[in-house]
Design a protein around this ligand. Structure first.
Ligand code: NAG
Length: 225
């Protein structure tokens, strides 16, 4: 680009910048109408939903001896769940490895490597497939779980107990179309702090036949060998 071109560009940029700054200051100082406040609100909202620099887009960073994680449940029967660990998308619509029912990822808690992922249709599927999938996994593996649509119709006591043994307080109450996100450890036997659930309830549901989407993020300690 020629120097004069660069100069003209800089002038335009400056003019636009000054005008914008003026308009903004002027409007902020002198007009307090509702419509303007709405715009301001929208700006604040946009600023706060800007992708964060933290792993998985989380609000807070994690220390070195922790993994950052985010688990999002499905939305009604329309949008599938997603799971992120240390900025790595483990299960999602885009990865095409999620489905109706219970979505599970097993992870080596020392190095964060994914052992395997699976999804199990608990409306029309067979809980035996879920049990076959989870049973061989060694005690101590980390598990991330997210539900999509209906996670409970086919769930039996054995599967519920398996999740309870991972530290879930809710698995034994999980019902038709409830939403549930959970992070636990195989055979941990103590309650996990990483769990959220919401009941399918016609009175309070966000969508007609389904409750609100659940989102859970945080830092989980790495396992020491
Ligand atoms: C998990 O990863 C660590 C570190 O690479 C390894 O030593 C360990 O054997 C793995 N655990 C299992 C159960 O594979």
């Amino acid at each position: 680009m020629r120097l004069s071109g660069v100069f003209r560009f800089a002038v335009i940029l400056l003019t636009v910048g000054v005008t914008w700054h003026f308009a903004r200051t002027y409007l902020l100082r002198s007009w307090r109408t509702n419509s303007f406040r709405n715009i301001a609100d929208r700006e604040i909202k946009q600023a706060s939903t800007k992708p964060s620099k933290n792993k998985c887009g989380n609000a807070k960073p994690c220390s070195k001896d922790h993994f950052a994680f985010k688990i999002v449940s499905g939305a009604a029967s329309v949008v599938g769940p997603s799971m992120c660990l240390d900025d790595k998308l483990i299960m999602s619509n885009i990865k095409n490895n999620i489905g109706r029912g219970i979505n599970i990822a097993f992870i080596n808690g020392t190095n964060g490597e994914v052992l395997k992922t699976g999804f199990f249709d608990m409306y029309a599927g067979d809980v035996a497939e879920l049990l076959e999938f989870v049973k061989p996994v060694q005690v101590g593996y980390m598990a991330m779980i997210a539900t999509y649509d209906d996670p409970a119709t086919k769930l039996n006591d054995e599967a519920r107990k398996y999740f309870t043994d991972m530290g879930s307080a809710y698995a034994n109450k999980l019902n038709f179309r409830d939403n549930w996100v959970f992070l636990g450890v195989v055979g941990m036997q103590i309650k996990s702090p990483f769990e959220k659930h919401i009941k399918n309830d016609g009175e309070t549901n966000k969508y007609d036949g389904w409750p609100e989407v659940l989102e859970m993020e945080g830092c989980v300690p790495r396992k020491r060998e």
